[in-house]
Design a protein around this ligand. Structure first.
Ligand SMILES: Nc1ncnc2c1ncn2[C@@H]1O[C@H](COP(=O)(O)OP(=O)(O)OP(=O)(O)O)[C@@H](O)[C@H]1O
Ligand SMILES: [Mg+2]
Length: 470
C-alpha cells in the first residue's frame, strides 16, 4: 500500500498492542496503542485516525459501548474488532453495529495485514467518493448559478419544482446557455442525489458505440466484443442519466430509448435476456425537436415522452439584465484563479458587454472575461481592453458563409441586428460620454452634442440610462 494509515490499537494486553504495532508499522502505517478503554476512546475521538483496532473485552469499558460511540461520533473511522475465538456472537453483534470486520484471536500476521489493508482501501474509496460528490454539489449548487433576470428566475422555479420528482426533463436552449449546469442542478436537488450522475454526449459517439455504451453488450456480439460490457443503464441504475445533444440519435436508437423509458427494460447488444433499470433521464438539445419531428428525423412518440417537463433556457441576449452579474461572477472567479486583483469594469465596458449579442451565450461571456483577466494590466477593465477581445470569437462576425445574408429578408434582419447591437452600443456610449463630460448634467450634455434636451433624455430612457446610475 502506497499511503500510510493512521491506526489506533485499543487492547488491555500489552503484548498484543506491541505485536500488532510492530507488524503494522512494518507495513508503513503510523500506529498508536492504548491499554485502557477510556483512554482509547478519548484518543479515537480526538485524533484523526483512519482505523481503530478494538478489543471487545476491556477491563474498564465494554468494547460494544466504545464501538457504538465511535460509530455515532466518528463515522469516518473504520473499526476492526478483535474477539476471543469463543465469542463469535460478539463479533456478529459488532458487525451489526457497524464494525468493518473482525479478527478472531489468535490471528496471524497476514490476517491483520490483509484486514487492515482492506479497511484502509475501503475508507480511501469512500473518502474519494465523498470528495467527488461534494465537488458535484458545489458545482451545481444554486449559489453558483447566477441569474436574477425574470426569465431565469422562472427557470430556477421550474427546476426546483421538478427536481424532487422522477419526471423526465427536456432542457432546450442555444449553445452555452447553461443546459449542462441546470441538468446537474436538477440531479443534486433530487431524491437521487446520493446515486450516480452520468453524462452521455450523444453527438460524440458513433451509432454502434453509442448503442453498446447505453445498453452494454455481450461477449461476441460484434467483432471486438471480447468481453461482456455493462451499459450505462445498468451503471446508472437508481441514478440520473444526462443525455446531452440527443437530437443526434439515430431513429433506431431513438426507438430503443423509447422502449427503456416506457418499460424500464432493455436488452444488451447481442444479448437475449431482458434487464431491468430505474434511471431518471434529463435530456438536452440546442435544436428545435419539434422541427426534427416535422422533418421525420426525430420520433414523435419519443419527443412527447421526453417533453413531459420542458425547460427552456433563454439566450443571454434575451436576459441582458444578468450580463453585469455574470461578468462580475466570472471576474471574481478568474481573479481567484489567477491571483490578479481587478476591481471591476468601467461603465462603458459594461455597456459594451450588455450591448453585445453573445451568440455563444454564457460560455462566450465566460471565455471573454477569462481572456480579459489574463491580459489585463490595470485594476479596471475598460472598453478599450474589451474591444480586441469581444469580437474575436464571435461567430456572427467571422467571415463564414453563414454571416452573408442569402435573401432580402435575411439582409433586413442582419441590418436590424447590426443597428440594434452595434449602432445601439455606439449610441449608448455617445450618451454616456456626453453625460460624463458634463458631470451628469443632462441640459449641458444635450447642448454640448447639439441636441434638444427632450430628445437627449428620450434617448437616455431608450438605453435605460439615468444620471444617478450611469
Ligand atoms: N447562470 C450561470 N451562472 C454561472 N455560470 C454559468 C451560467 N450559465 C452557464 N454558465 C457557465 O457557462 C458555461 C457553459 O454552460 P453549459 O456547458 O451548461 O452550457 P450548455 O447549454 O450545455 O452548452 P452546449 O449546448 O454548448 O453544450 C459553463 O462553464 C457554465 O458553468
Ligand atoms: Mg452542454
Amino acid at each position: 500500500m502506497s499511503e500510510q494509515a493512521k491506526i489506533l490499537i485499543i487492547d488491555d494486553e500489552n503484548t498484543i498492542c506491541k505485536a500488532c504495532s510492530l507488524i503494522l508499522a512494518e507495513q508503513g502505517h503510523s500506529v498508536t496503542s492504548r491499554t485502557s478503554g477510556r483512554a482509547g476512546l478519548r484518543d479515537a475521538l480526538a485524533g484523526g485516525y483512519d482505523i481503530v483496532l478494538l478489543d471487545m473485552r476491556l477491563p474498564d469499558m465494554d468494547g460494544m459501548e466504545i464501538l457504538a460511540e465511535l460509530r455515532s461520533k466518528k463515522p469516518e473511522i473504520q473499526i476492526i474488532v478483535m474477539t476471543g475465538y469463543s465469542s463469535v456472537e460478539n463479533a456478529v453483534d459488532a458487525m451489526k453495529t457497524g464494525a468493518f470486520d473482525y479478527l478472531a484471536k489468535p490471528f496471524s500476521d497476514d490476517d491483520i495485514i490483509l484486514t487492515v489493508s482492506k479497511a484502509f482501501e475501503t475508507k480511501r474509496l469512500r473518502d474519494e467518493n465523498m470528495l467527488l460528490r461534494s465537488q458535484l454539489f458545489e458545482r451545481f449548487d444554486f449559489n453558483n448559478i447566477v441569474g436574477e433576470d425574470p426569465a431565469v428566475l422562472d427557470v430556477f422555479a421550474r427546476i426546483k419544482r421538478v427536481a424532487p420528482t422522477d419526471s423526465t426533463v427536456l432542457i432546450t436552449g442555444e449553445s452555452g446557455t447553461g443546459k449542462e449546469l441546470f441538468a446537474g442542478a436538477i440531479h443534486v436537488h433530487s431524491k437521487r442525489s446520493e446515486q450516480r450522475y452520468v453524462t452521455l454526449d450523444c453527438s460524440t459517439l458513433s451509432d454502434n458505440l453509442l448503442e453498446s455504451e447505453l445498453f452494454g453488450h455481450v461477449k461476441g456480439a460484434f467483432t471486438g466484443a471480447i468481453n461482456d460490457k455493462q451499459g450505462i443503464f445498468s451503471i446508472v441504475n437508481h441514478g440520473t442519466l444526462f443525455l446531452d445533444e440527443l437530437s443526434n440519435l439515430t431513429l433506431e436508437i431513438q426507438s430503443k430509448l423509447l422502449r427503456v423509458m416506457e418499460s424500464r427494460e432493455y436488452k444488451p447488444v447481442g444479448g437475449s435476456s431482458t434487464l431491468k433499470t430505474d434511471v431518471r433521464i434529463i435530456a438536452a438539445t440546442n435544436r428545435d425537436l419539434s422541427e426534427l419531428v416535422a422533418d421525420g428525423s426525430f420520433r414523435e412518440d419519443l419527443y412527447y415522452r421526453l417533453n413531459v417537463f420542458p425547460i427552456h433556457i433563454p439566450a443571454l441576449r434575451e436576459r441582458k439584465e444578468d450580463i453585469p452579474r455574470l461578468a462580475y461572477h466570472f471576474l471574481r472567479l478568474f481573479c481567484r484563479q489567477t491571483g490578479k486583483k481587478i476591481e471591476g469594469f468601467s461603465d462603458d465596458a459594461l455597456a459594451a458587454l450588455i450591448g453585445h449579442p453573445w451568440p455563444g451565450n454564457v460560455r462566450q461571456l465566460k471565455n471573454t472575461v477569462e481572456r480579459l483577466v489574463i491580459m489585463a494590466d490595470n485594476t479596471f477593465l475598460d472598453s478599450e481592453s474589451l474591444a480586441t477581445h469581444i469580437h474575436s470569437d464571435d461567430p456572427s462576425l467571422s467571415s463564414s458563409r453563414a454571416s452573408v445574408p442569402e435573401t432580402l429578408d435575411d439582409l433586413k434582419t442582419f441590418k436590424k441586428d447590426l443597428l440594434e447591437n452595434t449602432f445601439g452600443l455606439v449610441e449608448k456610449r455617445f450618451l454616456l460620454k456626453a453625460l460624463d463630460d458634463c458631470r451628469g448634467n443632462i441640459t449641458h450634455a444635450a447642448t454640448k452634442v447639439g441636441m434638444q434636451r427632450s430628445n437627449f433624455s428620450a434617448l437616455m430612457k431608450k438605453h435605460g440610462i439615468s444620471t444617478d446610475t450611469k
